[in-house]
Write a protein of this length. Structure first.
Length: 224
């Protein structure tokens, strides 16, 4: 039952991550906006961005598999490590919510809360056209410096098959990106709506991390 709930929360974390306008779908829409077949080019662009994200996800889990092979973490130690990683994510999500609300109210751009991504965005995506190669590098950059890597690492420390985690997380990231992009491809105004939604996403992340942490704490204490 606990495993099912954790996998359910992982699914919702993936969807929240993909809804975030800073994570790719508005760029896919912009890339397709001046093309003869917007749906086709938007699908191509978001597929490249999501593939780059998936590569970083797989990389993180493979690191855990290698470390676990040599150190053979016991279940209770793994759960404690996962618990503290998620506590860190709870604090980070609340901090992001309050700082993002302030920056968005002042009219800041999507990437203002991350200077590295902001600089890359301004260099490569402020003026069309831009290349598929730059989209791929953008996806890699987002994947490598995004805090979701801590979530993947925390979940990997739980008693979950690492290969199942890779398949589940990668599939959900890809499918969520595809659905959100294709849903919005005919309406560029949804980019502005996404900006309004953006300030609430850390709250949903906070709830997910909190609930997973409670489940892990119950296991650690042996309450149920």
């Amino acid at each position: 039952m606990h495993l099912f709930l954790i996998l359910l929360f992982i699914s919702s974390i993936c969807i929240i991550y993909c809804l975030e306008p800073a994570h790719g779908w508005p760029i896919a829409l912009l890339y397709s906006s001046n093309k003869s077949n917007p749906r086709k080019y938007a699908l191509t662009a978001i597929s490249i961005i999501s593939l780059a994200n998936i590569i970083t996800n797989v990389f993180i889990v493979l690191i855990y598999i290698i470390v676990d092979y040599y150190f053979q973490f016991k279940t209770n130690i793994s759960e404690i490590i996962a618990f503290f990683i998620l506590i860190f994510m709870i604090i980070l999500s609340l901090r992001t919510f309050f700082s993002r609300r302030k920056s968005l109210e002042s009219g800041s751009m999507y990437y203002k809360d991350n200077e590295i991504v902001s600089a890359y965005f301004e260099q490569h995506f402020q003026h069309l056209p831009y290349s598929l190669k730059s989209l791929f590098y953008f996806g890699l950059l987002l994947g490598l410096i995004n805090e979701k890597e801590f979530v993947i690492l925390g979940i990997a420390f739980l008693d979950i098959n690492s290969y199942l985690l890779i398949i589940l997380y990668s599939s959900l990231i890809y499918l969520s990106f595809i659905f959100i992009t294709l849903f919005n491809v005919r309406n560029m105004r949804n980019i502005k709506e996404g900006k309004r939604l953006r300030k609430y996403l850390p709250l949903f992340e906070f709830l997910n991390y909190l609930l997973i942490s409670i489940i892990i704490l119950i296991d650690i204490l042996g309450i149920l």
